[in-house]
Design a protein around this ligand. Structure first.
Ligand code: TRP
Length: 362
C-alpha cells in the first residue's frame, strides 16, 4: 500500500514563518514529490475549540485565514485534500471508542499537554475535551490510515499516543485495520522550533513576536530591524555571539549559499559570515539587511498568491467543502472497518443473527 500523509493546524490565527519552516514548506515539497498516494491537510477547528470554547468566533474566522495561507504556500487542492475537522463526524465517533483504550494517567503524562495546561492557566480547571485532545488527534491520523505525519517536534507525544492506541486496538480486536503512523520532522534543526523575533523560545501570537506569511514588506522589514540579537554586541568592532542570536537562527533556517552570491557576495556562505560576526567587525544592521532580503524574496510570492485567492473567497470555501466530502468518505470507510473489527455491526452480521436465533430455539 502507498504512503499517506495527514497533518494539520489549529485555526487560531494566521500562519507565520515558524509554521512555514517547521512544516508548511516541507508539506508542499512532499505534496509535489509524487511519493505519496494521498495527502490530507486538516484545519483542526474542533481541536482549536478545546481551548477556545469561549471564543468560537476566533476559530470561525481563522478557518479561512489558514486555508488562504495554505493555498498561498502552494498546497494544491488538486493534489491534496484540504478539509475542516468539524465537518467529519466520523472523527468524533472514533474518538469515543479510542477513549476506552487510554488511561487518565497516560494522558496526564503527555509533556506537550502538560506545558499547554500551564501556558493557559488551566491547572485549576482543565476542560475534558482539551485534556483528551491527544485521543482525538489519534482519530484524525488513523481515520485516514496515515503512514506519515509531518509536524513539529512538539507533536511527538501525540504520535506516540496514536501508535499506542493503534497497537492496543489491533491487538484487542485481533485486526490490522489501523495503521501505525510515523512522525516526519524537518531535517534542518533551526526549523524545529523557530524562536520569536524577541528571541523567546516560541513564535506565538499572544507574545506579539511573529512574522506572518501575509505581512507586508515594510512590516517584515521593521520586525527584522527590531529583532533580538546579542545584547552584548554593542559596537561593530565587538565580538558577537551566534548562539541564541535570533537573526542567525533565522539565517540557519532560511539562508542558502546562492543568497550570498545574490545579496552579500563578500562572503561565500553562512559559516564565513558567522565567523566574521564572532571575530568582531560585523554590524547587526548588515546581517539584518541580508536576512531581510532573503525573507522578502521568499515571502513575496506567497503574499501575492494569497492576494489572488482573497479575490475569490467563495471558491476557497467551495474548495474546503469539496475537500470535506472526500475526507468524510475516507473516514467513513475506516469507521466502518473499525466497527466491523469491534463487532458492533449488529445489523450486517448474519453470523450473529443465526447464533442468537439458535440460542433461543427450543
Ligand atoms: N495538534 C496540531 C497543532 O497543534 C494540530 C493537529 C490536529 C494535527 N490534529 C492533527 C496535526 C493530526 C497532525 C495530525 O498544530
Amino acid at each position: 500500500m502507498g504512503k499517506i500523509i495527514l497533518t494539520g493546524d489549529r485555526p487560531t490565527g494566521r500562519l507565520h514563518i515558524g509554521h512555514y519552516v517547521g512544516s508548511l514548506k516541507g508539506r508542499v515539497e512532499l505534496q509535489n514529490s509524487g511519493e505519496f498516494e494521498k495527502v490530507f491537510i486538516m484545519i483542526a477547528d474542533a481541536q482549536a475549540l478545546t481551548d477556545n470554547a469561549d471564543n468560537p468566533e476566533k476559530v470561525r474566522q481563522n478557518v479561512l485565514e489558514v486555508a488562504l495561507d495554505y493555498l498561498a504556500c502552494g498546497l494544491d487542492p488538486k493534489k491534496s485534500t484540504i478539509f475542516v475537522q468539524s465537518q467529519i463526524p466520523q472523527l468524533c465517533e472514533l474518538t469515543c471508542y479510542y477513549m476506552n483504550l487510554v488511561t487518565v494517567s497516560r494522558l496526564q503524562r503527555n509533556p506537550t499537554v502538560k506545558s499547554e495546561i500551564q501556558q493557559r492557566n488551566f491547572e485549576a480547571s482543565i476542560p475534558v475535551g482539551f485534556f483528551a485532545y491527544p485521543i482525538s488527534q489519534a482519530s484524525d491520523i488513523t481515520a485516514f490510515k496515515a503512514t506519515t505525519v509531518p509536524v513539529g517536534e512538539d507533536q511527538e507525544p501525540m504520535l506516540e499516543q496514536t501508535r499506542e492506541i493503534v497497537r492496543r486496538f489491533n491487538m484487542i480486536y485481533n485486526t490490522d485495520t489501523l495503521v501505525e503512523p510515523e512522525i516526519l520532522l524537518p531535517k534542518n534543526k533551526a526549523c524545529l522550533r523557530l524562536p520569536g523575533t524577541d528571541g523567546k523560545a516560541k513564535m506565538s501570537k499572544s507574545l506579539g513576536n511573529c512574522i506572518y506569511l501575509s505581512d507586508e514588506p515594510d512590516v517584515i522589514k521593521q520586525k527584522i530591524m527590531n529583532m533580538y540579537t546579542d545584547p552584548n554586541h554593542i559596537k561593530v568592532s565587538d565580538p558577537g555571539q551566534i548562539e541564541g542570536n535570533t537573526v542567525f537562527t533565522y539565517l540557519d533556517a532560511f539562508c542558502k549559499d546562492e543568497d550570498f552570491t545574490k545579496y552579500l557576495p563578500d562572503y561565500a556562505n553562512l559559516d564565513e559570515l558567522k565567523a566574521h560576526y564572532q571575530r568582531g567587525g560585523l554590524g547587526d544592521v548588515k546581517v539584518k539587511k541580508f536576512l531581510n532580503a532573503i525573507l522578502q524574496e521568499e515571502l513575496e510570492p506567497i503574499r501575492n498568491r494569497r492576494k489572488e485567492y482573497q479575490k475569490d473567497i467563495a471558491s476557497v470555501y467551495k474548495m474546503l467543502k469539496d475537500g470535506c466530502d472526500v475526507a468524510r468518505e475516507t473516514a467513513a470507510k475506516t469507521l466502518h472497518e473499525v466497527k466491523d473489527a469491534m463487532k458492533i455491526n449488529y445489523f450486517d452480521d448474519v453470523e450473529l443473527l443465526n447464533q442468537q436465533i439458535n440460542k433461543y430455539k427450543d
